[in-house]
Design a protein around this ligand. Sequence first.
Ligand code: GUN
Length: 296
Amino acid sequence: MPAQVISGTQIAAEIREELKERVKKLNEKGVTPTLAVVLVGEDPASISYVTAKAKGAEEIGMHEETIRLPADTPEEEVIRTVDKLNEDPKFHGILVQLPLPKHVSTEKVINYISPEKDVDAFHPINVGKLLRGERCPLPCTPHGVQELLIRSGNDPAGKHVVICGRSNIVGKPLAAILIQKKQGANATVTICHTGTKDIASFSKQADIVVAAMGAPKALTADMVKDGAVVIDVGVNRVEDKTREKGFRLVGDVDFDAVKEKASAITPVPGGVGPMTVTMLLMNTVEAAEIKAGMTG
Ligand code: GUN
């Protein structure tokens, strides 16, 4: 039987309704959650992500400001921009869109973001807190994957989750979230990567497979067991002359073949993507609530 297709668009919309209510409560206290997005350069994919973040923020009643810097902005200038945003009490969240131009150190810039305003949860203090199971903002894409699993009735507790990909943005933090002894986590986690000898031998044992390799259709049907839940984190632009933009988006999963074997699967687009933006909005609302003393 073909898989249940998990709609990230629908689940994200549900969460955004919940966030609207939280924003209203903040408004009653005279607070408007405000996000600063720093975009260096003109990378088309980055521009499209930043646009989605700005639109999502406005839709739930938040404010968003995009600070656009030219691609040749010196590193010190990017850091000065972050510093100003740290000092400005108007902003509850700061996000520096990645990738940065080669002459700007990602680590250095991220380290400058105040951990309280780090809504991407990339700062080493937040990464450390996550690993230790302490309260902290959760990184957006992995948190989005966790919410998708829980809200689609596929709680990872007690399941074997195989994550394909070990990036700092997805693979590693997703493993850190799912191994915690907490509700909606408590999974057994295996991470596969480019150094893994036979990825299929691991992925075939998984109750839940997360594809985050960054390569189109890299997870094929022979790599998953019958009835597995498959989450596709990939966003790859492939040339398609029949489309107005000249490309279409495909994930890291061979969707048409894998959906015949899986019990549930996320599509691309409309799966993890909308969840990432939603979790960013959630982190910004939460940062505003913490600052206003509205959380326990
Ligand atoms: N570029 C691709 N994904 C992300 C993300 O989650 N956050 C930021 N800041 N940049 C990205």
